[in-house]
Design a protein around this ligand. Structure first.
Ligand SMILES: [Zn+2]
Length: 204
């Protein structure tokens, strides 16, 4: 069976995603606070073996339920970025950018396009920090994210469409129900789908 999601001691391919909005139709600005997707914004996570689970502070957001910009205090610390999504989800990576794509999967609807020239300074600097390790940078606005799924399903081989579309929804549930529905779409309803976008790249 295909294994789309893997997490082995932090190895494998990770996505580095940030989100931007363009309220005046001209200048892109970073979304500086994102609900923590690791704990669904609650600040708590369950830990321990089944039957002996404890509720502990989510270490991704220090128990506050949001991820925001945190500058490194020393050279040994890392800058903490407000990531709207952090899963190691190869099916999603394939849909967004063709990264970790299986041979029999369709090409991504939007081939990777690099970091946008008009990206906010924060994103340009974050990308520069990771140049060398980072690869396949791209971006998609909310309309394009939706199209990436819809158009893809039209491209899939006929008899597999329903089955694969269902799998997309299942496997990408955390991104579709969390990042897209809870964070990006509510803002897009206010200022337009073309004025909200994700910018991302990958490592390894
Ligand atoms: Zn959290």
């Amino acid at each position: 069976m295909r294994q789309w999601i893997t997490k082995i001691d932090g190895m494998g391919c990770d996505i580095h995603m940030l989100a931007e909005i363009r309220e005046d139709g001209k200048t892109w600005k970073l979304i500086e606070e994102c609900p923590c997707v690791s704990c669904d914004g609650t600040g708590k996570r369950t830990q321990g073996p089944p039957g002996d689970q404890k509720l502990v502070d989510c270490h991704w957001c220090d128990g506050i339920g949001v991820r925001k910009v945190k500058r490194a205090k020393s050279n040994e610390d890392y800058n903490e970025h407000p990531h709207p999504y952090t899963g190691q989800n190869y099916r999603l990576f394939s849909i967004l950018a063709g990264v970790r794509r299986y041979d029999d999967d369709v090409e991504p609807v939007y081939p990777p396009r690099g970091i946008p020239e008009d990206a906010c300074r924060y994103i340009k600097e974050a990308w520069k920090e990771e140049e060398g390790d980072g690869h396949t940078p791209s971006y998609l606005n909310v309309h394009e994210i939706e199209q990436a799924f819809v158009v893809r399903h039209g491209l899939l081989v006929e008899e597999h469409v329903q089955e694969e579309a269902k799998k997309d929804r299942e496997w990408c549930k955390d991104f579709l129900d969390g990042t897209l529905k809870k964070l990006l779409l509510p803002i897009a309803e206010q200022i337009g789908k073309e004025n909200v976008r994700i910018v991302f790249w990958f490592d390894n």
